[in-house]
Design a protein around this ligand. Structure first.
Ligand code: V47
Ligand code: SF4
Length: 389
């Protein structure tokens, strides 16, 4: 007897969607046009069920998270992305913040003795915080706490640092890696296609530059993530083009760990007139990403951006990772209008959040080595949504 996903595909009335569904069930790669067709024609139940099938084939019910905190060295930025609610231009730097090395080391020291495994360092692009400033910071962090994984600097920050230091991407990356940089976060990718980049973030690194930086990191044995800022002025095919470029690089290097779709939030930025995408659209993006990016091991919903209940929901639409505890250390999304104004979850809360939707919480390190499986733990801190308690 066929199982329910096969029945769903067999009963699909649209021949193109049925064909795509059969490809997914037969583990065949989707082509560019098929990605676009899914966005155009598929219902959420259809792509969602297919994505959940792939998610469970790859990871079962396992849902990963880590214990992390962020350092945002500055929100002063030489670039002017229209969607950014967070940055302040250099001329108005008194409205922003700039942390000294000592202030950042103080944040690191606050976590002494606490079981965090990762620090995520990302900020604006400050003209005075150069490559050597960050080299020194990385060395100091590693000297203080060698076991802490440092995931830091978007390709946007790195491209600027290397260019100002007149170093090649290869030499600059080697220098930071040797100083202690372990992996790269996925930010700055936005939408790769120049047609969209010109309108939302014209002056920062372009697609080829972003991909070259990640490829260079992969060639040094570092792992990286990739993001996609969706739900603004892009068309469906721009999303597929973005994922296609990532899929091609991943075929070459296998250096990406996780894909992180980031929903555009329109609070207090130069694109506030652009409406935000619906929850249904968001879940379709996760689902189609899971189907299209067949060589990406993990798909992450970043809960401070999506909100914790929608992050729970995403676990039925291909997502198998919720990022981390965060500890109220990032401002990027609260300043853009996210419901999560002070993003912090205790480990127990994060475990509870995952258990409420009948998935298996697994604490991981940045590279997805398992630290602890909480499936059998009795968690009492169920304060996420009382409806489910
Ligand atoms: O590149 C900025 C996005 C990114 C808005 O790798 C916005 O684990 C929505 O990349 N609405 C930076 N998004 C954050 C980032 C990230 C976050 C969490 C985990 C990881 C990881 C990476 O934030 C930027 C941009 O795409 N962003 N403003 C906004 N208004
Ligand atoms: Fe600067 Fe990043 Fe904001 Fe763009 S998104 S203005 S690069 S801080």
């Amino acid at each position: 007897m066929s199982n329910s996903i096969e029945i769903l595909v067999e009963n699909e009335k649209d021949a193109e969607l049925r064909f795509i569904g059969e490809k997914v069930l037969n583990n065949q790669r989707l082509q560019f046009d098929e990605g676009v067709i899914l966005f155009e024609k598929a219902t959420l139940p259809y792509v969602g069920a297919l994505a959940n099938y792939v998610r469970e084939k790859l990871h079962g019910n396992k849902t990963y998270f880590n214990r992390n905190f962020h350092i945002e060295p500055t929100n002063v930025c030489v670039f002017s992305c229209n969607f950014c609610s967070y940055s302040r231009i250099y001329a108005h730097r008194e409205e922003g913040w700039e942390l000294s090395k000592e202030q950042m080391m103080h944040i690191i020291q606050k976590y002494d003795g606490k079981p965090v495994t990762e620090v995520h360092i990302v900020g604006g692009v400050h003209p005075k915080m150069n490559l050597y400033f960050f080299e020194d910071l990385l060395k100091s962090i590693k000297a203080h706490r060698p076991d802490l994984h440092i995931k830091g600097f978007t390709a946007v920050e790195l491209e600027y640092m290397f260019r100002k230091a007149k170093l090649s991407v290869e030499d600059g990356m080697k220098l930071l890696h040797e100083a202690g940089l372990d992996s790269l976060p996925g930010g700055g990718a936005e939408i790769f296609h120049a047609e969209i980049r010109e309108q939302i973030c014209a002056d920062k690194v372009d697609a080829d530059g972003w991909l070259h930086i990640h490829k260079t990191a992969h060639n040094l044995g570092m792992h990286t993530n990739a993001t996609m800022l969706f739900g603004h002025i892009e068309k469906y095919w721009h999303r597929v083009d973005h994922m296609e470029r990532l899929r091609q690089l991943q075929d070459e290097t296998h250096g990406f760990n996780t894909f992180i779709p980031l929903k555009f939030r329109n609070g207090d930025n130069d694109m506030s007139n652009v409406p935000e995408s619906s929850l249904i659209e968001d879940m379709k993006v996760y689902s189609i990403a899971r189907l299209y990016l067949d060589n990406f091991p993990h798909l992450k919903a970043y809960w401070p951006m999506l909100g914790r209940q929608n992050a729970q929901l995403s676990l039925s639409f291909g997502v198998n990772d919720l990022d981390g505890t965060i500890d109220d250390t990032t401002k990027i999304y609260s300043m853009a209008g996210s419901e999560e104004q002070t993003p912090a979850l205790s480990t127990a809360q994060l475990v509870a959040l995952i258990k409420q939707v009948k998935r298996e919480p697994v604490e991981r390190d940045t590279l997805y080595n398992v630290i602890k499986n909480y499936a059998e733990d009795d968690v009492h801190e169920l304060e996420v949504n009382p409806y489910y308690n």
